[in-house]
Design a protein around this ligand. Structure first.
Ligand code: ADP
Ligand code: MG
Length: 486
């Protein structure tokens, strides 16, 4: 392949090609508008001189440059080559990905053609209005709840999480490009948008674009239809970091892949950040053209597996915190036991239950959870609820242990006795119920018979106050929470 050949050129050959290019540009500049030359030929190089077919191969950084150069310079470029190189040769135009050693071939056309620097297009910072226009244009599907602080990292996704965090904190310098993959519903979009969110706040004058691949396909198809490819490509020129979600949707779309390939090459040559997500590893992207696929495989590839049981519970709890809601831990355990491989479905289950709770004003029961699981096509296993390792005790057992500890009976605990020891034990248990078992206040109140649920609120705030100053209570509370976690 030509690409390999160019890579292997020795410095003599590179020098020769560079000089030839200089001659061609200078010759061309006697007849053509200098600004057009700079605009459309600054990213064009002589790739090869083909002696058998008698062709001069000119490579362009992208389709847009190629088609414009062909339109504007076709005849004069051919004549120029025949004048400065060889009268028998013709020109062949190809899109060629720029790669690092092309810098050797780079000539500053501005200097060569003696164009004053103030005529150069300003590169940075881009104007506010253009930035706004870009954001409007790229139509960001943005969910403000997709942040790093509510993304639960677990052992199997620690690597992806750290890589994403590193890129977010140090874009352009950490991992570039980055390829993130795992199954649907496991947090790709969450992580991509968390990166986007973070860069956007720390690098306010840069343009960071998050684009679902389906949207990219739409944009490209529209631009092709309306002959506006050049406008689209120019917009990408102003983008500093590009995040493309769900790259697998580019499958089968040959033309789109080609354009995408050009955009990517351009980004890579300019060391602009690229992050891609996919629902499968690079080698399994069967309908993506091989040269793209191979390149993805060379990037930093971060994958994860489904979260384990404890993590699933932690995710449910984190979602409840975002929503400022509570559901009994024991019910969360049932959900996490059934929904094992898809975080999105965990969240659906939670939403169904919360809607039910808010519509009926009733506490959610185990039956509600089973009904919800059935709605989501899970067949509930009613027996043997598997409690998480770190919470092997159920609340009744703890109540029993605490009663024994203080040598009081459960009946006394549940009575309205105001004896100091009983009150303390009851209040500590209420706090444990709330904090460690995520019991709702209504449930706590029902458990301990309280007159109304203000009693539970009072009891908990009272014991929390005492915990700050009373060492005995601190010690006892510490012992009991260790029991919970045994
Ligand atoms: P994908 O893009 O991989 O299909 P999403 O990013 O849309 O998945 O995730 C689906 C849902 O699951 C989102 O609501 C997301 O917030 C949540 N989610 C996935 N992984 C996690 C995690 N590790 N911590 C918190 N929420 C998560
Ligand atoms: Mg997604």
């Amino acid at each position: 392949m030509l690409i390999d050949v160019v890579d292997q050129y020795d410095s003599e050959k590179k020098k020769y090609l560079k000089e030839l290019r200089t001659k061609i540009i200078l010759q061309l500049s006697t007849q053509q508008d200098h600004k057009k030359i700079v605009t459309f030929l600054s990213k064009a190089w002589i790739i090869n001189l083909e002696d058998i077919e008698k062709k001069v191969y000119i490579g362009f950084a992208n389709d847009f440059m190629l088609s414009n150069a062909k339109k504007i310079f076709n005849k004069s470029l051919k004549e120029t080559i025949q004048t400065v190189y060889n009268p028998q040769y013709t020109v062949e135009y190809i899109v060629y990905p720029p790669f690092s050693n092309w810098n050797d071939l780079l000539i500053d056309l501005w200097t060569l053609l003696n164009i004053k620097p103030q005529e150069k297009k300003p590169i940075n910072p881009i104007s506010k209005s253009l930035k706004d226009e870009l954001y409007d244009y790229f139509w960001i599907l943005f969910d403000p709840t997709f942040r790093f602080d509510n993304f639960v990292a677990w052992a199997n996704n620690q690597f992806a999480y750290s890589a994403a965090k590193a890129v977010a904190e140090n874009p352009w310098n950490a991992y570039n490009p980055l390829f993130i993959y795992w199954n649907v519903g496991l947090g790709k979009t969450h992580l991509m948008q968390a990166i986007w969110n973070e860069i956007i706040s720390t690098q306010p004058d840069k343009v960071i674009i998050y684009l679902p691949a389906t949207k990219l396909v739409d944009e490209i198809v529209q631009s092709l239809q309306h002959n506006k490819m050049s406008t689209l490509m120019r917009k990408f020129d102003d983008v500093d970091a590009l995040l493309i979600d769900d790259i697998q949707f580019l499958a089968w779309k040959d033309k789109t892949q080609e354009i995408f390939h050009n955009i990517f090459n351009d980004f890579q040559s300019k060391k602009k950040q690229i992050i891609i997500s996919s629902d499968r590893p690079p080698k399994e992207l069967t309908q993506i053209e091989p040269r793209l696929k191979t390149r993805f495989a060379l990037w930093l590839v971060a994958d994860i597996q489904a979260p384990d049981y404890e993590t699933r519970i932690a995710i449910l709890q984190s979602k409840l915190e975002v929503k400022q809601e509570t559901i009994d831990s024991e019910l969360l355990w049932i959900i996490a036991q059934h929904i094992t491989s898809n975080v999105r479905e965990l969240e659906w289950a939670l939403n169904i239950l919360l809607t039910r709770k808010n519509l009926s004003w009733n506490e959610i029961s185990e039956n509600d959870v089973y009904a919800c699981l059935q709605t989501l096509w899970y067949s509930p296993k009613h027996t043997n609820i598997y409690t998480p390792k770190w919470k092997s005790q159920n609340f009744d057992t703890i109540v029993e242990m605490v009663a024994n500890y203080y040598s009081i009976s459960i009946a006394e605990l549940k009575s309205d006795s105001r004896k100091k020891e009983i009150t303390t034990a009851r209040q500590i248990l209420m706090l444990i119920a709330k904090k460690h078992f995520r019991r709702t206040l209504e449930k706590i109140w029902m458990y301990f018979w309280g007159k109304n649920h203000a009693t539970a609120i009072y009891a908990i705030s009272n014991i929390e106050k005492k915990l700050k100053s009373d060492e005995d209570i601190q010690r006892d509370y510490q012992i009991f929470t260790e029991w919970v976690e045994q």
